[in-house]
Design a protein around this ligand. Structure first.
Ligand code: GUN
Length: 281
């Protein structure tokens, strides 16, 4: 068997068209466009690329982008003051602080300072708590994007065995909560999991977010499974690859996401979705 590729790029393009129409409807009715403030601290090249992509997505959809940039020496108090100003600005609907932050800044304190109804990353404990209690409002973009991508490509979740490999605060854990919400029998694996190969082999839906190239061996995948690879790793030759041994996994899975072109485009799309939602609630 050779798996069908799940085309996240094409699903993201469709969703972005839908969002563009919604924003056009908002402005046609005389209201201002949704507005997203993006805060970028320091000179991390990967963060600059991610934030530029987010700002370009705003342009495509008609969301007003407020790009804010700070030197790597900014203090926590200064950054908190900036967030407070944006929290109180009625012209700003969404606030995104790009992570990671420099060592002198406590990321948890920054995330918790953002008003939950402007927290378009969905990282605030209020929003994670709402997701855990099955009443989600603003949902973490990557896990939300995975669910939306799978739904739109015909995947069902009720009663199905799903596994998440990786238990990070911003991806793996909320991914587990999303799968529970969708009705899947959900296992979350992490660095202390024994017999990972056996856990993966039992799953009908395998979602991986560990950040290690080729960490999940292709022959662990059950025949006919759906495989979603959230990892984006840069190899020494400059090429991007995921966390799953793609060529082997592809021979066993029924459906699999490519890297790049799978989950990546969905993440920024769900950020736009959250911004429009924050503006219209
Ligand atoms: N750094 C890497 N991914 C993300 C993300 O989704 N949101 C923020 N704020 N920072 C990140």
């Amino acid at each position: 068997m050779s798996a069908k590729l799940i085309d996240g790029k094409s699903i993201a393009d469709t969703l972005q068209q839908e969002l563009r129409s919604r924003v056009a409807g908002i402005t046609a009715s005389g209201r201002r466009a949704p507005a997203l403030a993006t805060l970028l601290v320091g000179a991390d090249p990967a963060s600059h690329v991610y934030v530029r992509n987010k700002r370009l997505a705003c342009e495509r959809i008609g969301v007003r982008s407020l790009p804010l940039e700070f030197g790597s020496g900014i203090s926590q108090a200064e950054l908190l003051a900036e967030i407070e100003r944006l929290n109180n600005d009625p012209e700003v609907d969404g606030i995104l602080v790009q992570l990671p932050l420099p060592a002198q800044i406590d990321s948890t304190a920054i995330i918790e300072a953002i008003r939950p109804d402007k927290d378009v990353d969905g990282f605030h404990p209020y929003n994670l708590g709402r997701l855990a209690q099955r009443q989600p409002v603003l949902r973490p973009c990557t896990p939300f994007g995975v669910i939306e991508m799978l739904r739109r490509s015909g995947e069902t979740f009720y009663g199905r065995r799903a596994i998440v490999v990786g238990a990070s605060n911003h991806v793996g854990r909320p991914m587990g909560l999303e799968l529970l919400l969708a009705g899947a029998t959900t296992t979350v694996c992490h660095r202390f999991t024994r017999d990972l190969a056996d856990e993966v082999a039992r799953a009908e839906i395998v979602i991986v977010a560990v950040g290690k190239p080729g960490f999940i061996k292709g022959d662990w995948i059950a025949p006919g499974a759906t495989v979603v690879d959230i990892g984006i790793n840069r190899l020494p030759d400059g090429k991007l690859c995921g966390d799953v041994e793609f060529d082997v996994a592809r021979q066993r899975a029924a459906r699999i996401t490519p890297v790049p072109g799978g989950v990546g485009p969905m993440t920024v799309t769900m950020l736009m979705h959250n911004t429009v939602l924050a503006a219209t609630r």
